[in-house]
Ligand binder design. Structure first.
Ligand code: KIV
Length: 277
């Protein structure tokens, strides 16, 4: 049966009725098709793209053009999932006008349904302006990888009362600015639960405990295609890398030994035709 397109209202309803929301990253047509067919609610074209697909050592170098290119492939594949494009570093911090213009590119050029941006209370005016322009915004607080250096590295955020309270205020400010959803990354589960209960909008956790309204994982972590490092919160459901490696070795061996292509992979020509050449 064809699934209906997931809407913002449907996500809100899920929170209100206690049904969990699913989000998965995808960066290209084949992975987005699989995610969509798996019945996920939302696809995040995350700027994690930079690390898991483009080979950068962080998300900082990712550009608007790179994001748009990959978002276009994902939206071509996603029939039902709500697609969220992740605004890259410095695409929304320089000025409100620039932030609206760049958010607009995700919707107009790449046909995304919404955008996500990182940051706490200081980003509330930017969220408000983009929402006012008619573009739905998902917030992202806690560990915000684009500014990990400012947070002294990739570490759990909000572990003491003071920083936890700051994140609660940030969550409220982002909600008040009009965000439709909030991603919370790498915070203690008690804090994830507290913010989830305080907010009216849905929360999506990644390393934020099971009380969040939904969960997100990075596709390449889930299928075992990113081997550089594995964060504690990332569960690997299948390890594809050894299987792919084995298939590649097998191909190389068969070509070198003349075993591939076999007759079943070969096109025939009548010998009399071949003889005419
Ligand atoms: O870029 C990304 O994939 C993200 C998720 C980890 C939430 O921001």
């Amino acid at each position: 049966m064809e699934r209906k397109k997931v809407t913002l209202a449907a996500l809100q309803q899920k929170k209100e009725s206690g049904r969990k929301i699913t989000m998965m990253t995808a960066y290209d047509y084949p992975s987005a098709r699989l995610v969509d067919e798996a019945g996920m609610d939302t696809i995040l074209v995350g700027d994690s793209l930079g690390m898991v697909v483009l080979g950068y050592d962080s998300t900082v170098p990712v550009t608007m053009d790179e994001m748009i290119h990959h978002c276009k492939a994902v939206t071509r594949a996603a029939k039902s999932c709500l697609v969220i494009g992740d605004m890259p570093f410095l695409s929304y911090q320089v000025s409100i006008d620039k932030a609206i213009e760049n958010a607009g590119r995700f919707v107009k050029e790449a046909r995304c349904d919404a955008v996500k941006l990182e940051g706490g209370s200081e980003m509330a005016p930017v969220v408000r302006a983009i929402v006012r322009a008619g573009i739905p915004v998902c917030g992202h607080i806690g560990l915000t990888p684009q500014t990990a250096t400012m947070l002294s590295g990739f570490r759990v955020q909000g572990k003491d009362a003071e920083s936890a309270n700051k994140l609660v205020v940030a969550a409220r400010d982002i909600e008040e600015a009009g965000a439709f959803m909030l991603v919370m990354e790498c915070i203690p589960d008690l804090l994830g639960g507290r913010i989830t209960r305080e907010l009216k909008i849905p929360t999506i956790g990644i390393g934020a405990g099971k009380e969040c309204d939904g969960q997100v994982l990075v596709y390449h972590d889930l299928v075992g295609l990113f081997e550089r490092f594995t964060p504690k919160f990332a569960k690997q459901y299948v390890n594809l890398s050894p299987l792919v490696r084995e298939a590649l070795l097998q191909f190389r061996k068969e070509v070198e030994e003349g075993a591939f292509p076999g007759s079943e992979h070969t096109f025939a020509m009548k010998p009399e035709e071949a003889g005419k050449g």
